[in-house]
Design a protein around this ligand. Structure first.
Ligand SMILES: [Zn+2]
Length: 737
C-alpha cells in the first residue's frame, strides 16, 4: 500500500479548532490501530482493493436512478445501540429515525441541496460534478426482529459508565450478528487515540480475526440525526453518519494519499479529484463555499478543483458534502456483492422483519441501574429506569431489605439500614406487555466501621489476598487491569502492575484504573496517614496514536460516606509523575519494558494529618489515569496513625527471634517498609551493651540477622535485643541456654 494512513489521521486529529475537532473521523486511525493488532489486515486491504478493480471490469451501473420511491437494489437491516449513562446521549427514538431518514436521502441521491453540485469551467475545461453524482440504490431500515426473532423497534439502549470515551472495547456490550445487521453504536464521546475530537468511525469491510464483534460504525450523539441533541441543525446536512457508512461500505477519503504527493488513485476511485486535506494549509479547513475553485492537487488530467461536494471529504456547509460519485457507488455495490452479501438477501430481510409494520406490539425490555452498588448502612441509593423497546406505562420496583421495599416511581430512592447483599427487581408494563428483570445480589451494604480501629501495613500483594481484606480495583477501561507481578517490588517480592499498552490495542488511553480501600475507623485520630509507593516511566508515544498527552495523573481521594462521594486530597501531575526523571525518549513504551531495578526508581506518596478525616468510616481511593506511558507499578500501600510521618508500628515491624530460647544460635527477623537508619545492640539485664550487631542504613524488606552464642561470647541467661530505627526504640527479650 502506497498510502500512509497515519499522516492523514494526524492532520485531522491534530487540528484544534473546536468546530473542526468535533467533525473529525477516526476511521483511518482505527484501521492503523487494528492493523497493528491484526497484521493480516494489511494484506486483506490490498486484496480488497484489487478485488474492486476486478469487479469494475464487469460492473454495469443500473439505470432508472434517483427516483424517489423507486425500489432500491439493496435494503439493509439496521440496529442502533444507544450506549448511554443516563445523560443527553440517551437520544430519542425520533432523533434516531431522523438519521435513518437522512441516510436514505443521501444514499439515494435525494438530498435537498444537490443544487450546489458544480458545473463549471476550470482552467478552460468544462466539468460537471452534478453529472457524476449517483444514486447508490441503498436503503436502510430499522430491524423489526432481533436475532432471536423477538419483536424490536431496532433500537437497543444500554446504560454504561463507558459511554464517554467509547471505542471498540465497548461494542461487545451490545452487538447483533454483524453479518445480518448493520450495527450502529451511538455514544456520548469517542476515544480513538486522541481524547477529543472524533465524531465517528467505521470498520472497513475486509475481514480479520477480531472483527466480527466490532463491525459497524460508532457516532457521537451530536452528529446523529438532525433533531434533539444533534448539532446538525446548523446546516441542512447531517453528513457524519453518511460519511461513516461510506467507509463501512468500503470508501476511503479523497485525501487518502501520502501528504503532498496528490496520488491520483489514493482513494481507489478515479472520478474523485485528488485532494490534500492539510491542517497546515492557509486555506480555511471548512466551508470553502467562498472559494469553490480551491484546488489542492494539480497533477491529475484534466485538472479539477477539489470536490468539496463529496460525502467522503470533510467540508460541511450548504456548498459541501452532498454526493457520492458513480464510481464510489460502484465500490459500495462491490462491497455489498462480496464482503457484505448476506445483509440484503430476501431470507435475511424476512428474518430481520424489515418489511413488517410498525412494532407497536413489541414488549418493553426492562433495564435499570443505580448510582452506586456498594454503600454503607443507613445510606440511600437512587435507581434509574433504562427500559426500552416500547412505551412504558407503569413501573413496579421491588427492593427487599430497603425502606420502602417497593415503588412505582420511574426513578425511586430507597434506604438500606442493615449490612448484606440485596436483590432488586423491576417490572415494566406497556402496550406490548410486561417484562421483569431481577438482578440478584445487586446491592451490597457494608457494615459501618468494617475495620476496627488499629493500624495496618496493607502490603498484601505478596500474599495475594487483598480481595479478602476488602480492597478492590475498578476500571474505566475493562480490558486492561492490574495484575500481581513478581517482576518488581518496592519492599517484598510482589507488586501490582498495570501493564503498558504501547499500541493502544486495549484502547484505554485517557481512562483511569483505581484501587479502592475498605472502610477504616479514624475517629478521634488527628495524625492519620495513607501512603503508597509507585514506579512509572512516562515513555510517551506520538500523539497520533494517543500518547504525548499531559494528562497522566495519580490522584488520592478520601470518602466518609462509603464511596458515594470522593474528595481529592492529592494530585501527582504529569510534570512530576515519572519516577525515573524526564527520560521519556529513552524509554519508549513501544520498545522498552520498564521495570524499576531498585528503590530509587520508586516514589513515595502520602497524605496525612488534616487530609485524613477524623471519622469512623474512611475509605481511600487511588486513581491512575493512563495516557500511553510505560508500565505502572503500585506497592507498599499502608495506612495508620502516627506521631510523625515515620512512626513504625509493632504490627508492621513483625519483630521476631526464633528459636527462643536457643542453645547455639537464633535468627532475628524484622520488616522495614522503607529504607531506614537502623542500629541493633545486644544488652544484658543490667542495661550494659554486649555488642553492636548493626549500625547503618538498611533497605526496605524483611531483614534477617543470625546471632551465635559463641560468636558473641554469650553466657547462659537473659538478654535484650535493642533496635533503634530512625530514633524509635524496640526491644525483644532473648534467653540463652
Ligand atoms: Zn472518514
Amino acid at each position: 500500500m502506497k498510502k500512509l494512513l497515519l499522516i492523514a489521521s494526524l492532520a485531522i486529529l491534530g487540528s484544534t479548532s473546536s468546530l473542526q475537532a468535533q467533525n473529525s473521523c477516526g476511521t483511518d486511525h482505527d484501521f492503523a490501530e487494528k492493523a497493528k493488532k491484526y497484521p493480516e489486515l494489511i494484506a486483506a486491504r490490498k486484496k480488497f482493493d484489487a478485488g474492486f478493480k476486478e469487479f469494475l471490469k464487469t460492473y454495469k451501473p443500473s439505470s432508472g436512478l434517483n427516483k424517489k420511491g423507486s425500489i432500491p437494489k439493496y435494503i439493509i437491516p439496521v440496529v442502533v445501540h444507544v450506549l448511554h449513562d443516563n445523560g443527553s446521549e440517551n437520544i430519542s427514538d425520533a432523533q434516531i429515525k431522523s438519521e435513518i431518514d437522512f441516510l436514505n436521502l443521501s444514499f439515494r441521491n435525494l438530498v435537498s441541496d444537490s443544487i450546489n453540485r458544480r458545473q463549471d469551467t476550470f482552467n478552460g475545461i468544462f466539468y460537471s460534478f452534478k453529472a457524476l453524482a449517483a444514486d447508490a440504490e441503498i436503503e436502510f431500515k430499522l430491524a423489526k426482529k432481533d436475532p432471536k426473532g423477538n419483536c424490536t423497534n431496532g433500537i437497543v439502549r444500554v446504560q454504561t459508565p463507558l459511554a464517554n470515551k467509547a471505542n471498540d472495547e465497548l461494542k461487545p456490550i451490545s452487538v447483533w450478528d454483524t453479518k445480518r445487521y448493520f450495527n450502529i453504536w451511538v455514544v456520548r464521546s469517542i476515544n480513538k487515540g486522541n481524547s477529543v475530537g472524533v465524531a465517528g468511525y467505521a470498520q472497513f469491510p475486509m475481514g480479520f480475526s477480531g472483527g466480527a464483534s466490532t463491525d459497524g460504525i460508532m457516532v457521537i450523539h451530536q452528529e446523529f440525526g438532525n433533531i434533539g441533541t444533534s448539532q446538525a441543525g446548523q446546516t441542512p446536512n447531517v453528513t457524519t453518519s453518511t460519511h461513516e457508512v461510506g467507509h463501512w461500505l468500503g470508501l476511503y477519503h479523497p485525501f487518502q494519499t501520502q501528504m503532498d504527493t496528490c496520488e491520483i488513485d489514493g482513494d481507489e476511485i478515479l472520478d474523485t479529484p485528488p485532494t490534500i486535506f492539510s491542517a497546515t494549509s492557509n486555506e480555511p479547513l471548512r466551508n470553502r463555499c467562498n472559494n469553490k475553485k480551491f484546488n489542492s492537487c494539480t497533477l491529475e488530467v484534466p485538472d479539477l478543483p477539489d470536490m468539496q461536494e463529496n460525502y467522503m471529504d470533510y467540508f460541511i456547509g450548504n456548498c459541501a458534502s452532498n454526493m457520492f460519485t458513480k464510481q464510489q457507488v460502484a465500490r459500495m455495490h462491490y462491497v455489498l456483492e462480496t464482503y457484505r452479501n448476506q445483509l440484503w438477501t430476501p431470507e435475511n430481510l424476512a428474518a430481520t422483519g424489515v418489511f413488517e409494520t410498525t412494532p407497536s406490539n413489541c414488549k418493553p425490555i426492562a433495564a435499570f441501574n443505580t448510582s452506586a452498588r456498594i454503600t454503607c448502612e443507613g445510606n440511600s441509593l437512587s435507581f434509574n429506569d433504562n427500559s426500552y423497546n416500547n412505551t412504558i406505562t407503569s413501573y413496579n420496583w421491588l427492593f427487599p431489605g430497603a425502606t420502602p421495599s417497593s415503588s412505582t416511581a420511574k426513578r425511586p430512592t430507597v434506604k438500606y439500614d442493615v449490612a448484606g447483599n440485596y436483590d432488586v427487581t423491576l417490572i415494566v408494563n406497556g402496550p406490548g406487555g410486561s417484562d421483569t428483570l431481577t438482578k440478584p445480589n445487586y446491592i451490597t451494604i457494608q457494615a459501618n466501621n468494617a475495620n476496627p480501629k488499629g493500624f495496618y501495613t496493607v502490603d498484601w500483594w505478596y500474599q495475594n489476598n487483598w480481595q479478602d481484606k476488602g480492597w478492590s480495583f475498578e476500571y474505566e477501561s475493562p480490558n486492561r487491569k492490574f495484575e500481581r507481578t513478581t517482576a518488581a517490588s518496592y519492599n517484598q517480592n510482589a507488586s501490582m502492575l498495570l501493564p503498558k499498552d504501547p499500541f493502544n490495542q486495549l484502547m484505554t488511553v485517557g481512562t483511569t484504573a483505581s484501587l479502592i480501600s475498605p472502610s477504616f475507623d479514624f475517629s478521634g485520630i488527628s495524625n492519620g496517614y495513607f501512603a503508597f509507593n509507585y514506579a512509572f516511566a512516562q515513555g510517551r508515544l506520538p500523539s497520533s496514536i494517543g500518547g504525548g498527552g499531559t494528562n497522566e495523573e495519580i490522584k488520592v481521594f478520601v470518602s466518609t460516606d462509603c464511596g458515594k462521594t470522593w474528595t481529592t486530597r492529592l494530585t501527582v501531575g504529569s510534570s512530576s509523575i515519572s519516577t525515573i526523571g524526564n527520560t521519556a525518549t529513552s524509554i519508549l513504551a513501544s520498545s522498552v519494558n520498564f521495570i524499576p531495578a531498585d528503590q530509587a526508581k520508586w516514589k513515595d506518596v502520602m497524605i496525612s494529618g488534616a487530609s485524613i478525616p477524623s471519622n469512623s468510616n474512611v475509605k481511600f481511593k487511588i486513581d491512575f489515569r493512563y495516557q500511553g506511558g510505560n508500565n505502572f507499578f503500585l506497592d507498599n500501600v499502608r495506612l495508620g496513625s502516627s506521631t510523625g510521618n515515620g512512626e513504625i508500628l509493632n504490627d508492621e515491624l513483625k519483630l521476631s527471634v526464633q528459636p527462643n530460647p536457643f542453645a547455639t544460635s537464633t535468627k532475628l527477623r524484622y520488616f522495614l517498609s522503607n529504607r531506614k537508619q537502623v542500629e541493633i545492640r545486644i544488652i544484658d539485664i543490667t542495661g550494659k551493651e554486649i555488642v553492636t550487631l548493626y549500625s547503618g542504613e538498611q533497605s526496605a524488606g524483611t531483614q534477617e540477622i543470625e546471632i551465635g552464642k559463641s560468636q558473641y561470647e554469650l553466657s547462659s541467661g537473659i538478654y535484650f535485643i535493642s533496635l533503634t530505627i530512625e530514633g524509635q526504640k524496640f526491644s525483644k527479650k532473648i534467653v540463652v541456654e
